[in-house]
Design a protein around this ligand. Structure first.
Ligand code: ADP
Ligand code: ADP
Length: 231
């Protein structure tokens, strides 16, 4: 894992009167899972997209292991940060294997290593490689798509994993399974994870620490699940 430091992070979308994210400072330690929980519209996705440099902050800084991410080139950034989102974000015109291989390929891995890695990742998320690697996303269930989304996010072995409501679109039983598997994966891999949800129970289950957000991502509480439940 790597340490993530947000310093005075602010995002004001053009045309908006109030910032979507206002002056957020937060530190995520190497290997820990921090869950950002808060109501819809409080700026959680905006915060994650700034860390992943999909959008530029209006002001403030993001450091990963003391390196300012605004200075990192795109390929290096994608090797540092895995990203998994609610809609699974899979490219519909690519097979499961091609989707998972995307970042390793961009990083210039040799073919044989990529092939082995794709199989390893499918095993890791509980999908039989022989059965699934040649399939297109539309022929997967919602839960299977989410598994592939997580496999893709982990393929280049990034120290940081950003997850934006990754289990938001699946049924409650599958969601429960996926949460348990994420906990298992986290014990095995010790990634630094920032996980976004609006579901308080999910936050309590998955977080080493939880940041409870109000509007504009103002942090109301930042503590362990135990401490948050007793307050
Ligand atoms: P959350 O992920 O917590 O639901 P978002 O980060 O998606 O919140 O949105 C935070 C606020 O920013 C909302 O008020 C939303 O309407 C606004 N917003 C999000 N994306 C844009 C955009 N591209 N342009 C303008 N406003 C946006
Ligand atoms: P969009 O918002 O139109 O989906 P994005 O720029 O957010 O486009 O992302 C394009 C695709 O690349 C998405 O499917 C997303 O999941 C993936 N992606 C974005 N950032 C990363 C990353 N750091 N590592 C791996 N995949 C990423």
């Amino acid at each position: 894992g790597a340490t993530i430091r947000l310093e005075g992070l602010t995002k004001r979308y053009s045309g908006s009167t109030v910032p979507a994210v206002d002056d957020v400072s937060l530190e995520v330690k190497a290997g820990e899972t921090v869950v950002l929980v808060g109501p819809s519209g409080c700026g959680k996705s905006t915060l994650l997209k700034m860390i992943n440099r999909l959008i530029e902050p209006t002001s403030g800084r993001i450091r990963i292991d003391d390196e300012d991410v605004t200075g990192i080139d795109a390929v290096k950034l994608r090797r540092k940060i895995g990203y998994a989102i609610q809609s699974s974000g899979l490219f519909p015109h690519m097979t499961v294997a091609q989707n998972i291989a995307q970042v390793p390929k961009m990083a210039g891995w040799p073919k044989a290593r990529i092939k082995a890695r794709v199989e390893e990742m499918l095993d890791l998320v509980g999908l039989d490689p022989a059965e699934f690697q040649g399939r297109y996303p539309r022929r997967l269930s919602g839960g299977q798509q989410q598994r592939v989304g997580v496999a893709r996010a982990l393929a280049a072995d990034p120290p940081v994993l950003l997850m934006d409501e990754p289990f938001g679109a699946v049924d409650p039983i599958t969601r429960d399974h996926l949460q348990d598997e994420l906990i298992r994966l986290q014990h095995e891999l010790r990634k630094t994870i920032v996980f976004v949800t609006h579901d308080f129970d999910e936050a309590i289950k998955l977080g080493d620490r939880i940041a409870v957000l109000r509007e504009q991502s103002h942090i109301a509480q930042f503590d362990t699940p135990e401490a948050i439940l007793t307050n």
